[in-house]
Design a protein. Structure first.
Lengths: 276, 436, 280
């Protein structure tokens, strides 16, 4: 009686999983199939399931001046954003953990508010000042504005990872007479590498996928891949090759992350919400 | 010594003589320019000529092409940034006027007189076309955009559907057109749309709408700059004028004979539907003609007919609107001289002959007399377009923010389409106009 | 050194001040003007606020945004929790399942819009094709009535994994003793879920609610990419409207006024949530 019971629930669990996976993966697979269809085979009624695949759409995307640049722009912007946030956050996280700071609660509250603010709020104000400072349409300009979202997240994450370090190590470091820089570099940093990786990946995903701010603050020099994909967006656009191919290209790095780093991502998401 | 002096004098005379007569296309060789354009048949034509341009001038071209709705947004951002595009697709209407008023556009007269190839002949463009972006207007004004294509608003029909559902008969009045479109839709059980139109709620439909409204307005004069929508004064909108009510109702009537999701159709989707043989009639820009005759449209290739907008009364005169796309330059362009070379190259006689075949709306008068151009086009299309050019009037209304008024006019049509009477819908439109 | 901690926090404060305080101050300042991205900038007091708050279209847009947020959150949370309940039972293959279900969360909003644009396309899309076999005909993005539900569907497809992953982790960290004990007592699987598992993840549920609710209010990508706010105003949300006001109408001041009002709502919600959840 109990055995049947157990199987029934397991079976329904597997059925639910298959359905969920199907709903998730089949659309993406179809998107990919569309991206390797030629124009004549795409616009058929009814849609064709069997066809001659072609890489022409991807070749066209490579020839597309706008799109080609956007991929590399995204890579640089993402790397700079992550690096900047981790470096700044590690010091802040250390300070928050190790010392008594007077305005700690206010600071934490500010972090949360900055993280939650709507993206479009930043676009128009930064447009003007970025032009005058000269960081409009630059990698560093984008990395800087993205800090408003990735820095709070980094601080929370790194702080919670630091808090997991047992007190004995703290005391040992103090007794050894390290100055704070040495302590961070020699002792804490190595211990929280997994945490840093998780933070970097999650922030990287957010930056890579961001659109609204990029639309407002980049143009020919620094527009990221989301803007590249968006350039094919016409409300009744017929360039399905560009739309599907560009979407697939922008998805690939992220899907690779999911495959190889899912453990980190999951840990990051759960920790980020709990301690956020 | 004397020989040397003679040598120098003669070579310098020869030299200056040759400068006066030879235009150096390679003067800016090695530079790179960035172009901001809209996905449009004109761009396809331009793209086909870019390799030749790069060879002739040594200037490298980077094309940034965007789908239309996004293009308009990005153009405004581009013109206000630090480093603008060196040439951009220019909507020759109130948008350009607004940009000129904000000092964002580069005047072109200097380039036209100093750095232009002698065979360019800018006066080959009809004065009406060039003057669409001649600001502020009158002596001492500057041209800001050079026309690349114009369009007038005509009716395309699918010959197979007309033969099958209408016995090959073509409408002779606008009301007949609407009835016939409804008949096709009913008799085909909804499989074939009687008509496709731009049904999307956007201000950019204003030019097609103007075509139908001018057709109802008839021979009455339109006093500029107020256009047909205002009665000699910006504070006196006259949307409830019977002719305007009729024109807007005509538009809504054609929409009603369309497919069930007509409200999401912009020109791309409507054109695509006609191209795929899904509709009997399509009232819109003439420059779609060449597209429907390409291999991309097997259902409409060789199967498309062209007529001017049917007049209001049998045997009457058809009227319509015209609009142009051009090419211009922002005041913040980085490589202005090289950008000008691109502009004049792409709009000279030789290039227009090629680009014109992509969109069928060549700006230069000489191109319409050029067999190399006209022979590539369906002859019925050429005659329909030329006929419409006789009574065509500009849809441009040079008032600031005209796009908000244009959106309201589309809203009037949408109200009529969802059942309001034209009197009520236009009265509400007048009220909203006054509030803007 | 007593100043060390403040030194360490200083870069964070500077950057956050520049990237969060400056935009708010700038936006508030210009919301009192009539700037239209040209040379004219006149002080107009609170007339932008009055104009917006008395504009019936603006209230429709506010309603759209909250309706979207409400239904998207509701469906995502219910589906996410259900998924977590079922997959918590699986031992073999749960990692692969989790990885595959993680994928939609990792792709950008604009990619999601392209995907659904081609799949739901009325003429050539594969979904309308299959739906026609069971007699369902919808215009999805083109219909006044179906557009918003379709967009909600997009967000559900995209973001449900967020709820799922977090709740699943919560379930997996529940100690096994109470569950074993309940099983000994003869409790059914669903009774265990209802009385033991769910209560233990209550705080996680609340956290998920906070994140999803504010995130859905801020919706931009999936609406901007598919319908642009149409047909009519059926899917126009606050951020897409602010975008349109800025770039189509060039009404910079009005756009910033909208964002100031919206930010006030977000700040209010965030602070309210903080009060409820003492951990934050």
């Amino acid at each position: 009686m109990n055995k049947l019971y157990k199987y029934k629930h397991l079976v329904t669990a597997y059925i639910v999983s298959f359905v969920a996976i199907g709903v998730t993966i089949i659309p993406i697979t179809w998107l990919f199939l569309l991206s390797i269809k030629s124009k004549g085979e795409t616009f058929t009624k009814p849609p064709k399931l069997l066809f001659n695949p072609t890489a022409q759409n991807y070749i066209d995307l490579w020839d597309n001046d706008l799109f080609k640049d956007t991929f590399f722009n995204s890579v640089f912007i993402t790397l700079i954003s992550i690096t900047l946030s981790i470096i700044i956050a590690i010091f802040a996280a250390y300070a928050l953990k190790r010392y008594q700071i007077r305005f700690k609660t206010a600071f934490m509250q500010w972090l949360l508010l900055a993280y939650m603010l709507p993206e479009f709020l930043f676009v128009l104000p930064m447009f003007a000042i970025y032009q005058s400072i000269g960081i409009y349409d630059t990698y560093i300009g984008m990395a800087l504005i993205y800090q408003v979202h990735v820095l709070p997240f980094s601080i929370w994450m790194l702080r919670s990872f630091l808090e997991e370090i047992p007190k004995e190590i703290d005391d040992a470091a103090y007794l050894d007479g390290c100055n704070p820089f040495q302590a961070i570099y020699k002792i804490y940093l190595p211990l929280i590498i997994p945490g840093i990786v998780a933070t970097a990946i999650l922030n990287g995903i957010w930056v890579w996928n961001e659109l609204a701010i990029a639309l407002g603050l980049t143009f020919f020099d620094a527009q990221p891949i989301t803007v590249g994909v968006a350039s094919f967006r016409g409300y009744a656009s017929i360039n399905w090759g560009g739309m599907t191919g560009s979407a697939i290209i922008s998805m690939i790095p992220m899907i690779l992350f999911a495959a190889f780093a899912q453990k980190h991502i999951v840990k990051g998401l759960t920790l980020g919400s709990v301690k956020g | 010594m004397k020989k040397l002096i003679l040598f120098f004098i003669s070579t310098s005379i020869l030299f200056s003589f040759s400068i006066a007569n030879a235009f150096d296309w390679k003067a800016h060789s090695g530079k790179t320019i960035t172009i901001l354009m809209n996905e449009h048949p004109v761009l396809d034509g331009v793209r086909s000529l870019i390799p030749q341009f790069e060879k002739d001038t040594g200037i490298k071209v980077k094309v940034n092409a965007l789908a239309e709705d996004l293009f308009f947004d990005r153009l405004e951002v581009n013109l206000r940034g630090g480093k603008g595009a060196d040439a951009h697709f220019c909507p020759m209407d109130a948008t350009a006027f607004n940009q000129y008023s904000a000092d964002l556009l580069q005047p072109l007269n200097g380039f036209l007189s100093d750095s232009t190839s002698p065979d360019y002949d800018v006066n080959d463009f009809p004065a009406g076309f060039l003057n669409a972006t001649n600001f502020p207007g009158g002596p001492g004004s500057n041209y800001y955009c050079i026309p690349m294509s114009f369009e007038s608003y005509i009716v395309f029909y699918n010959k197979d559907h007309v033969n099958k559902y209408l016995g090959g008969k073509l409408p002779e009045t606008m009301d007949e057109l609407i009835d016939m479109a409804n008949k096709v839709k009913a008799d085909s059980g909804g499989d074939v749309a009687g008509a496709v139109m731009r049904g999307l709620r956007t201000d950019t439909n204003i030019d097609t709408i103007s075509g139908l409204v001018f057709n109802a307005w008839g021979a009455r004069s339109i006093e500029g700059p107020y256009g047909v929508w205002f009665d000699g004064d910006w504070s006196k909108p006259r949307l409830d004028d019977p002719a305007i009510q009729k024109g807007l109702s005509d538009y809504a009537g054609l929409m009603a004979a369309g497919p069930s999701d007509i409200l999401s159709y912009n020109w791309n989707e409507a054109g695509n539907a006609f191209c795929a043989g899904q509709a009997a009639f399509f009232a819109d820009a003439s420059l779609f003609g060449p597209w429907f005759e390409t291999d991309d449209c097997p259902a409409s290739k060789g199967n498309t007919g062209y007529i001017a907008l049917p007049p209001q009364e049998k045997g009457g005169t058809s009227y319509t609107a015209n609009w142009q796309w051009g090419i211009g330059m922002g005041a913040n362009a980085q490589e202005k001289e090289a950008g000008w070379y691109f502009i004049q190259y792409m709009t000279n006689k030789a290039s227009e002959e090629v680009i014109g075949t992509y969109h069928g709306g060549a700006g230069r008068l000489s191109t319409w007399e050029n067999d190399a151009y006209t022979s590539t086009l369906n002859s019925e299309y050429v005659s329909a377009t030329l006929e419409s050019m006789k009574t065509v009037r500009t849809s441009v209304v040079p008032v600031q923010d005209f796009n908000k008024y244009a959106l309201e006019i589309m809203d009037v049509i949408l109200r009529i389409h969802s059942g309001a009477s034209s009197a009520d819908a236009t009265a509400e439109g007048n009220a909203n106009f006054k509030n803007m | 050194m007593k100043q060390t901690p403040y030194f360490f926090i200083l870069p964070s404060i500077l950057i956050l001040a520049f990237t969060s305080l400056y935009p708010i101050c700038y936006s508030i300042y210009y919301s009192f003007f009539n700037w239209r991205w040209g040379n004219e900038k006149d002080f107009v007091g609170i007339s932008n606020y009055i104009f917006l708050l008395t504009d019936k279209d603006f209230w429709i847009i506010i309603k759209n945004t909250f309706v979207f947020a409400f239904f998207a959150c509701l469906i995502e949370i219910i589906l996410g929790v259900l998924l977590a309940i079922y997959i918590d039972r699986i031992k073999y293959g749960s990692t692969i399942i989790r990885t595959l279900l993680l994928i939609p969360l990792m792709i950008s909003g604009i990619s999601v819009t392209m995907l659904f644009k081609v799949i739901l396309d009325n003429m050539f899309g594969i979904v309308p094709y299959f739906l026609s076999f069971i007699g369902i005909k919808s215009n999805f993005f083109g219909s006044y009535d179906a557009a918003m539900p379709t967009i909600i569907g997009l967000d559900v497809w995209w973001q449900t994994s967020f709820v799922f992953i977090i709740i699943l982790a919560g379930f997996q960290s529940i100690p096994s003793e109470p569950i074993e004990a309940a099983k000994m007592d003869g409790a059914s699987e669903w009774e265990i879920t209802r009385y033991i598992r769910l209560p233990m993840i209550r705080s996680l549920l609340f956290l998920v609610l906070i994140f999803r609710s504010i995130d859905t209010l801020k919706v931009f990508d999936i609406i901007w990419g598919t319908t642009g706010g149409g047909p009519g105003l059926a899917t126009e949300a606050l951020q897409t409207y602010a975008y349109r006001v800025a770039y189509s109408f060039l009404e910079m001041s009005k756009s910033m006024t909208i964002m100031v009002l919206f930010s006030i709502v977000v700040i209010f919600l965030t602070i309210t949530y903080s009060r409820f959840n003492k951990d934050i």
